[in-house]
Every structure is written in C-alpha cells, then in structure tokens.
Design a protein around this ligand. Structure first.
Ligand code: SF4
Ligand code: SF4
Length: 410
C-alpha cells in the first residue's frame, strides 16, 4: 500500500502568488485543458495544470524547482480556453514574480522595487546620489554647478570618472547578486528534474566550454529570434515589441561599451586619444545609439498597447510588476531621447535636470535586474539552457561530473 504523504502548505507562498496577479489560482479544478492547448507544453512534461495544483497546495519548493514555469511566455492561450477562468497564464506569471523574489538577496530591495512608490523613491535616491557626486565633482573641475557655463555638454556637469564609479559599482553588485540567484536556481531546477548530484554533493553544471557552445549559444540564438515566443497564439504579436526592446538593449549595450572604452578608458584614463564625445549626429556610433533609443521607446510602447488590448479581451491581465517594468524602461528611453534633444537645442535649464532624471532611471533599471520582472533575462535564459542540458542528461548524452547518467544501468 502506497505511503501517505502529509502536505505542508506554504501559506505565504499562496498569498504571494495571489497578490502578484494569480488571484484566480483556486478556481482551477484540474481539467487539464490548459496543458493540452498550451503551444509550448511538451508530452514529457506538460504544463501549466500541475503548477496550478502545486500552487493551490502551497508547494513552494516544488514550484521553485520547476523549470517549466520559465518556459511559459504568458501568451494567454491557456487562459482563453480555461473553463473556470482560472487564468493559468497569469498565475504562472505571478509564480515567476515570486520566484524572482525567492532568489533575490537582499530581499528588501526586491520588496522596494515591487511597488510603484518604491521605484519612484529609488529613482529619486539615485538622482540625489548623482547630484551629490556631480556637486563634489564641480569642486574638482571648477565648472559651475548645477548649470555649467557655455553650451550644454554633459561631461562638464559630471565627467566620465564619477559616472563610472557610480555605474560600475552598481554593475558589480548586480552581477554578483545575479550570479548567486542563478546558481541557486540551477540547483533547485536540477533537483526538481530529478538529476543526480555530483560527488561534491551539488548538482553539476556542464564544463564551461560545453556549456557555452552546446547549451548557452543555441539558447541565446533561440531567444534572439524569439522562436518559442512566436509559437504562442493569443499574444504572438507581443513577440514583435519584445524583439524591438531586446535588440535595442543589445544596440545600446554595444554603444555604451564603445563609449566606455574609447572615451573613459583610452581618452580620460590613458590619454591615448582625444575626446570622443559628444559625437556628431552623423557618427556611425551616434546613429546606432539613436536607432537603439527609438527602438526601445517604440518596442515598449508596442508591448504596452498590446497588453492594454489583451486585458480588454480578457486574455492577459497585467500585474503591477509588469507595469512597473514597462514604465521604467519607457522612462529610460524617453529621458535618453529628451536629454539629447535638449542638449542639441542647448536649453541648459531643462537639459541638465532631464539628464539627471535619465541617469536615475538607468541606475534603477540596472539595479532591478535580479529583483524584478527584468530578472526574466537571467532566469528564462538559464531555464532554456537547463532544458537542453537536462534532456541530454536524461537521454544519456551528457553526464559530465555525474555519478551516472539517468537511465544508465552501468
Ligand atoms: S487552469 Fe483551467 S484549464 Fe487548467 S486545469 Fe485548471 S481549470 Fe482546467
Ligand atoms: S500562457 Fe501560454 S505558454 Fe504559458 S502556459 Fe499558458 S498557453 Fe502555455
């Protein structure tokens, strides 16, 4: 006779999911229609029916170790056909929001950035920090503060050195916290998938070269094309806005790195070349930066309008965390474009405050990576990599560092 197992529900987990947009989870009566209609669900591991049940039962550990939660793109196909209007697509979105908080360290940053007031407060705090550093910098540079004399040139307000100190510090902190979150996530999904541990007692990761070439690179290509996302039916059009935003991030990342190397490193730090910024509008890097900025604003606006429309149709309900990220990204793009316009028309009294606002928004967007829905970049990419790796391990094609591949009798 099968042994009975007592379920210990994690009530705070259920509450957290219900408060993050998954308030309909308890309507589910396990008909499995959602798992059948989901275009991304697989026969070997169908979802989202099981996730609905685990959430109802408060099985936080099981849900956090479930990689399928991250293979869902919240297309809403399942929600459209659910006979109980349990909105499984939105519930999975709420589970992901809670998972990001689960892996976030320290938690108070995740809590702060999950509320509109907290994000506004963080942007204001970042702006105050920028103003303090710029004020101190003016003592060194001898420029008037807060409005340097002459034409609007942002490096007169604050040179690359103090800007780098602020942003590189944030980047180092964010990278460290992201790494910790992803490592813990990998351990949980390995356990959830039933993979064996290595001799060190931890769940293994493929060797770095194999990880990069066989698992990470194909996953990145899949993400860059949004191949899975495009399989979604109800909100497939969202892929377009997402792709615009994703590619704009890539363009802006490349441009920022170019400026960092050329201006900050080769010019300011080493003195090998003359100043690179401000660049003329016809400079290829400037053209690319402008294209990236416009794509960012246009892409996020596409996502916003699609979400509004799908909410009216009852297919997709956006949580406050969805809107926080949308408005934060929009603010970064809009203030970036506005900073440039006011610099070009040389209106110092507006240009410098807008520039400070822009830096505040960028700082908070960076900071939000391991703490908000922005963390999808980390966890969904990890889930894609893991999905490929776990399939290979279970098929006996990969067993690096394992005691024995699953399914092997040797
Ligand atoms: S979420 Fe809806 S469709 Fe899915 S199992 Fe529950 S009741 Fe059925
Ligand atoms: S929202 Fe879309 S991808 Fe996610 S479970 Fe539902 S049908 Fe599948």
């Amino acid at each position: 006779m099968a042994e009975l197992q007592r379920v210990q529900p994690d009530l705070s987990f259920i509450k957290g999911v219900m408060e993050s947009g998954g308030e309909t989870v308890k309507r589910c009566y396990q008909c499995a229609t959602c798992s059948i209609v989901c275009p991304l669900s697989t026969e070997e591991s169908p979802f989202p029916r099981k996730e609905m049940l685990w959430t109802q039962w408060g099985l936080a550990g099981k849900v956090s170790g479930d990689v399928d939660v991250w293979l869902c793109h919240q297309c809403g196909d399942c929600s459209k056909y659910c006979p109980r209007d349990a909105r499984p697509g939105d519930v999975l979105g709420a589970i992901r929001a809670n998972a990001i908080r689960y892996y976030a360290e320290p938690k108070f940053i995740a809590d702060m950035l999950s509320k509109p007031g907290g994000v506004v407060g963080a942007v204001i705090a970042a702006m105050v920090l920028v103003l303090i550093v710029a004020g101190l910098w003016s003592q060194v540079s001898g420029e008037a503060f807060p409005f340097p004399e002459g034409d609007v040139v942002y490096h007169k307000f604050m040179s690359v050195i103090p800007i780098d100190i602020i942003f590189l510090s944030i980047c180092a902190f964010v990278l460290f916290m992201s790494y910790r979150g992803v490592v813990n996530f990998w351990q949980d999904i390995s356990k959830g998938a039933g993979l064996p541990k290595s001799f060190t007692g931890t769940y293994p990761v493929p060797p770095i070269g194999i990880l990069a070439t066989q698992y990470l690179w194909p996953s990145i290509l899949e993400i860059l094309s949004h191949a899975r996302f495009k399989k979604c039916g109800q909100t497939a059009e969202r892929a377009k806005g997402h792709l615009w935003v994703l590619w704009s991030f890539i363009i802006l990342f490349a441009v920022t790195n170019f400026v960092f190397i050329a201006e900050d490193l080769f010019h300011a730090a080493l003195g090998w070349i003359g100043p690179v910024t401000p660049m003329p509008q016809y400079h290829p890097v400037k053209i690319l930066a402008n294209i990236g900025g416009i794509m960012l604003v246009a892409g996020i606006w596409m996502i916003k309008t699609m979400r509004d429309r799908k909410a009216e149709e009852g297919v997709l309900h956006s949580s406050s965390q969805d809107w926080i990220l949308i408005w934060l990204i929009f603010s970064v793009g809009a203030t970036g474009i506005a900073s440039e316009i006011f610099r070009l028309i040389n209106v110092a009294q507006i240009a410098y405050p807008v520039y400070v606002f822009h830096l505040g928004c960028v700082a908070v967007l960076f900071l939000s990576l391991p703490y908000t829905k922005f963390g999808h970049l980390l966890y969904r990419t990890t889930a894609y990599v893991f999905d490929r790796w776990a399939k290979d391990v279970k098929a006996g094609k990969a067993g690096f560092g394992l005691e024995k591949p699953i399914g092997s009798d040797h």
